[in-house]
Design a protein around this ligand. Structure first.
Ligand code: F6R
Length: 611
């Protein structure tokens, strides 16, 4: 959701900015622009609606803009339609200051009125132009960029990452963030700001995380940080473990396909982070046996697929550890006046660690005095930093908008937490624990074998290409993975789909079944096979085209299913890790067949930093 890149150093800025923006394309955008300052501080802005290629064409790949200091932006429209005029950067009236901005300025109407009264003109519909002119106003007043930005912070309500070039201060970029991501990297004479690590990974792996309301000043080879009072803040960089190649397609047609194929390694790496022999430990956290033993209940807060990983974790934790778990959409939790339970652990799950609703839910839980744990992929992200403890997933950079490998890694952390809680609470024998750990270690190879046989799913997808509606049904963990399968299909193939707990069908939904409706039943829960099967048969007798996704060796659905898809057998509680792979592939192949933009589906952004 919007991307910012800023560069200052010895190189020509524009090509570096375009390259960085390309690495942030996954975040979703509809227009783009760059501002470059030449040696005298003269600032040139070029903007274009649509893909980055239009901006690249307009600037001859950046070569047309001379200067070693600049800021760039990809915009995902919030205020005002996607257009060149609304694209960032924006100038002040005299064209002596240019700014880019992510996020939403909530009180922009009020601020705009004030600025209009002070003689400012506005040319776009954006809140960013208001932000730009507000900084300009304070800069003219104080003649000091840090003071100007500090005043901006005090006046503005909402979330933002803001980067500013001042003509009077050539060779510097000023930036600030609040609840919108922004990192800083310095390497030799090069200094960068960016919304996310992949934008600068090929130059440096040494990254500074900026806190809320910390003001950054970048100059050649240095980054200085200031608080609201203009005092300097000491910061140490964090070494990023991701390789630059991890953020490239590596020969795959799409990032999504590549990321699906990375799942065996991602699961292995995530297991390796917390498994020490057959012991599960959570190093560098306060999650020791004493602390875990005190937990009386868990509330999971998350959005989208991360919420679905939470749904699966709910079944597994309750089953293994006999601990009550509730899973809530973060966007609901944050506004519904939740009640704080004694000894309740609030677990926020997020790939990006920047999702606005999840961050707000986490803050609400903290405000209520609840203990918090984050399961997050992006090191140093807001959610990771604000939670009392963090368990990182080891998925590496996820670029495709539709999550695959991060979801798989989140499942694994959920299982490990469930087994550890069970061990601490004495609800599981050591033999059962060892058996489960041994099974977890087999999951990477089992995922690999499903991926090796992906042509079966491709064939099934081509049979389903003309379907208008697809229903996923399942019980228990199979229901949790049904919901994820349905979301994958909707978001990238644009085919209407719903997921239902199989037992719910006859309470209303079965009326939607018509001749040829595709109903995909997930049948991985041994105890519930007959139950789900009879629900599938009910739909078949009403004309549905029925597919069963089950484990090898289970032939119960054979007489009734029109199509059977199989994955290797595993423990019922780990079923989501295997069943999700064919569902991801199914959505992927349908998206490809329909000629959609698989990695950047329409209307979607990777990291949802506005509510
Ligand atoms: C779906 C998807 C989204 C995210 C959701 C939460 O494929 O990617 O539903 O899961 O926006 O994002 P994070 O995990 O970054 O908090």
């Amino acid at each position: 959701m919007c991307g910012i890149v800023g560069y200052i150093g010895d190189r020509q800025a524009a090509p570096v900015l375009l390259d960085g923006l390309e690495k942030l394309e996954y975040r979703g955008y509809d227009s783009a622009g760059v501002a470059v300052a030449d040696g005298n501080g003269n600032i040139t802005i070029v903007r274009a609606k649509g893909r980055l290629s239009s901006l690249s064409e307009k600037t001859d790949g950046g070569k047309a803009l001379k200067g070693c200091c600049g800021i760039g932006h990809t915009r995902w429209a919030t205020h005002g339609e996607p257009s060149e005029c609304n694209a960032h950067p924006h100038f002040n009236d005299e064209q002596t200051l240019a700014a880019v901005h992510n996020g939403i300025i909530e009180n922009y109407t009020e601020l705009k009125q004030k600025l209009l009264r002070r003689g400012y003109n506005f040319y776009s519909q954006t809140d960013t132009e208001v932000a730009t002119k507000l900084v300009d106003y304070y800069y003219k007043k104080h003649k000091d960029p840090v003071k100007a930005i500090a005043n901006f912070i005090l006046r503005v309500k909402g979330s933002y990452a803001l980067a500013v070039l001042f003509k009077e201060l050539p060779g510097r970029i000023y930036a600030v963030r609040k609840d919108s991501p922004m990192i800083v990297g310095v390497c030799g004479n090069d200094a960068f700001i960016a919304s996310d690590v992949p934008a600068i990974l090929k130059y440096t792996k040494s990254v500074y995380y900026t806190g809320n309301a910390e003001i950054v000043c970048l100059s050649v080879g240095t980054a200085c940080f200031f608080n609201l009072d203009g005092e300097t803040i000491d910061k140490s960089p964090v070494e990023i473990k991701w390789s630059a190649e991890a953020a490239e397609k590596g020969g795959y047609e799409h990032f999504m396909l590549k990321e699906m194929h990375e799942q065996p390694e991602v699961v292995k790496d995530t297991l390796a982070a917390y498994l020490f022999g057959s012991e599960i430990k959570f190093p560098n956290t306060s999650l020791d046996e004493e602390m875990l033993g005190k937990i009386g209940s868990i509330v999971v807060v998350a959005c989208g697929s991360a919420y679905h990983a939470g749904l699966a974790a709910q079944y597994v934790i309750e089953n293994f550890a006999r601990l009550p778990v509730r899973v809530e959409l973060a966007s609901e939790f944050r506004y519904r006046a939740p009640v704080a339970y004694k000894n309740c652990l609030v677990v926020a799950i997020s790939q990006s660690g920047e999702t606005a609703d999840t961050l707000a839910a986490l803050r609400e839980a903290k405000r209520l005095g609840m203990r918090t744990l984050a399961i997050v992929n992006v090191v140093g992200s807001s959610i990771a930093r604000e939670a009392d403890d963090v368990l990182y997933t080891r998925a590496g950079p996820e670029i495709a908008v539709a999550t695959t490998k991060a979801y798989s890694a989140q499942l694994i952390v959920g299982y490990l937490l469930a087994i550890k809680l069970a061990a601490v609470r004495g609800t599981m024998t050591k033999e059962r624990k060892d058996e489960l750990v041994a099974e977890l270690l087999l999951i990477p190879d089992k995922i690999r074998s499903i991926l090796l046989n992906k042509e079966n799913i491709q064939r099934f997808a081509s049979e389903a290409a003309n379907k208008k509606n697809v229903f996923f049904i399942g019980r228990g963990v199979d229901y949790a993975v049904s919901v994820e399968g349905s979301l994958k299909l909707k978001e990238i193939s644009y085919i209407h789909s719903e997921a239902y707990a199989a037992g719910e069908l006859k309470h209303g939904t079965i009326s939607l079944i018509e001749d040829g409706t595709l109903v995909l039943g997930i049948m991985m829960q041994r105890r519930l096979l007959e139950k789900t099967l009879s629900n599938l048969v009910e739909t078949k007798s009403r004309g549905a085209f029925v597919a069963a996704l089950t484990y090898e060796g289970n032939d119960k659905a054979d007489p009734d299913a029109d199509v059977k898809l199989v994955v290797p057998p595993t423990d019922d509680m780990f079923a989501a890790s295997l069943a999700v792979i064919p569902l991801q592939l199914f959505a992927y192949y349908l998206s490809v067949l329909k000629g959609n933009d698989v990695d950047k589906p329409r209307n979607l952004a990777k990291s949802v930093t506005v509510e």
